[in-house]
Ligand binder design. Sequence first.
Ligand code: 13P
Ligand code: SF4
Length: 350
Amino acid sequence: MKTIDKIKELKTKLGSKVLIPAHHYQSPEVVVLADFVGDSYKLAVDCSRKKSEFILFCGVRFMAEGAEILSEADQKILLPDLTAGCPLADHIDGKQMEDVINDIANRTKEKITPVVYMNSSSEVKETCGKFNGSVCTSSNAKKIVEYYFERGSSVFFAPDYNLGINTARELGLAENAIIKVKKDGSFTSDNLADSHKIFIWDGNCHVHKRFLMNDLEDFREKYETGKIIVHPECDEEIVSVADISGSTAKIYEEIKNSPTGSIWGVGTEFHFVERIAQEFPNKTVVPIRKSICGNMAKINLENLYETLNNIVQFIDGKAKLKNQIKIDENKKVNARRSLEKMIEIASRVL
Ligand code: 13P
Ligand code: SF4
């Protein structure tokens, strides 16, 4: 029997006990087996509403940790490959974050609130909750940063510099209202006099740093009527020259809803672009560069099958449960606050 058929058989056997969410960057063969696919925001919210005992997460660690933080005590979150991390999330830890926030507060005497990208560790989310801040994703960063500005607070944004600066641009912030915070904790500006500043940590995603202006120029030369859509983890100049930027869900929806014959150059993870091209053969969808997220690609049919098989054996009392993402209940409290704050702000009707 083929692995895909063995997976289907186990899935049927486990029924509603198991839920398989998949991120948009997962390979087509994993996506077809998933109960739902989405961007980081959808995955966090939808998983938190499901009651399945086992959530077998097809994505990277920070996504599975998000599901674990929002889960009920009797739910178990599993990641088919525990080494599937996100290097961007490792650009800052809880201690670095706490030190920088205290330093900014001391130097500016301003109210400062952390907004941390979903692509961060559970420890960073915990620190964020401790300082009454919020998580954000690429689909709601603008709304969340704006929420704190409207309440008279400056924002410390981490770990992705590009999402931070692209959000600041969308909000039309003045140049002197934006301060980059380097990894050693130093600032790029000494002008800390004005209020409503955004302090942005100098982290990045190597997959999205690879896109260059030349790639966009080459696409435009080849496809005169084509549109360019990119993820906001790309460099500021790339986002400013692209026609549209947005989360993976936005990229998918824009292309899906475009007329037959549309031409798209896409600046994000390659396997995702390849899948969109396969799903919509009546449109031309090309990557503006082939950039792969090796961590997302670690989830495959083999480890998906092994994890499902282990669940069955665990239920039958024949094996210990493997690949579980487990976060200490005490540490979850503040991390959950920061995630729930995101859901509350993102759900507000303006
Ligand atoms: P989305 O929230 O847009 O799905 O992005 C997650 C991610 O890791 C992009 O690199
Ligand atoms: Fe992390 Fe970048 Fe991979 Fe997204 S594409 S999961 S930000 S390494």
